[in-house]
Design a protein around this ligand. Structure first.
Ligand code: ADP
Ligand code: MG
Length: 308
């Protein structure tokens, strides 16, 4: 099968029904109509076999995940998703793999009204890159650089589930329902939109672990963060794992959570539709400090870093 037929069969039907796509897959470029007055929010993420996913992961989950991680970046900016470009490199044409990948991608794309408008396909080591564009009103984008001392720090969902699932998979154990959290994260688009309308002072999505990602807010905002271990929201499984092993690093530094970490001025509650736990506060100074139940500073585990 030629590259052209492969694209036609698996990737040309994912353009959805958006009115702003004048021309999708098939020509040299897509032609798109940006809404007047909106900023474009653009992001890109690559997933490499053996590095970002286990080589035997279900292709349907991978199709979901490559879109989910990019959606999560738009969520963190308070943007509304719109258009995607997919670059895919595959060792060989595998129809079962491609159709499952395409189905996983298209289910999540439909949920968020994302149109796949183009891309590139080539033969090589398995690697998948998605570029995603969304829209945000000028002045409403949530930044990493705008937290202030005194702000309260919140996170959505529960932390450490994906890291515990990965740990179990690597040990040849069944991660049970935590597998979903690792392989098919649920990007917090609605929460990001609500937060950008409600005056959150900063926001980041958690891909490399809470300590590392909150560290980016601290560094870019020029302040410090103090968080309390007992306030970190954990699922029953992670809570139990931490209490049995004492290994809290999983919850505060495990990657792949794709929850949002954001700040609000003291005295303000998260807006309707945003379920989030207050885990601490921003302070003058620099760096992240993690305290135990008796207010003693705990050693900080590191997050995920390429080239580290
Ligand atoms: P060109 O060589 O001119 O870049 P290609 O043969 O690479 O064109 O692609 C043909 C069309 O198919 C283009 O519209 C391109 O955007 C689209 N396309 C290629 N690969 C993908 C893919 N993996 N997903 C979506 N669209 C793709
Ligand atoms: Mg090309």
């Amino acid at each position: 099968m030629a590259e052209f037929q492969l694209i036609e069969r698996y990737f040309s039907g994912l353009s959805g029904t958006r009115q702003d796509v004048a021309l999708g897959v098939g020509d040299d470029c897509a032609l798109l109509e940006a809404p007047p007055g909106m900023r474009l929010a653009m992001t890109m993420d690559t997933l490499i076999a053996g590095r970002h996913f286990l080589p035997d992961v279900a292709p349907r989950a991978l199709g979901h995940k490559v879109l989910a991680v990019n959606l999560s970046d738009l969520a963190a900016m308070g943007a509304r998703p719109a258009w995607a470009l997919l670059s895919i490199s595959l060792p060989a044409i595998d129809h079962e793999w491609l159709s499952a990948f395409s189905a996983g991608f298209s289910a999540l794309a439909a949920e968020h009204d994302v149109a796949l408008v183009g891309g590139d396909t080539c033969q090589g080591h398995m690697s998948i890159t998605l570029q995603l564009t969304g829209f945000v009103e000028p002045g409403r984008a949530l930044r990493r650089s705008t937290a202030r001392p005194g702000d309260k720090i919140y996170v959505t969902g529960t932390l450490g589930d994906a890291a515990l699932a990965l740990k179990r998979l690597l040990a040849d154990e069944d991660p049970g329902d935590l597998r979903q959290r690792l392989e098919q994260p649920c990007p917090r688009i609605a929460e990001g939109r609500a937060l950008s309308g409600a005056g959150a002072t900063s926001c980041i999505d958690l891909s490399d672990g809470l300590v590392a990602d909150l560290g980016h807010i601290c560094q870019q905002s020029g302040c410090a963060a103090r968080i309390l271990l007992e306030r970190i929201p954990m699922s029953a499984q992670v809570r139990e794992y931490v209490s049995v092993t004492g290994d809290f690093a999983l919850a505060v530094a495990g990657g792949d959570d794709y929850e949002l970490c954001f700040t609000l001025p003291a005295g303000e509650a998260p807006p309707d539709g945003v379920e989030a736990a207050c885990i601490g506060e921003m302070l003058p100074g620099q760096g992240v400090e993690l305290l135990d139940a008796r207010s003693r500073a705990l050693p900080l585990p590191r997050g995920w870093e390429h080239f580290a």
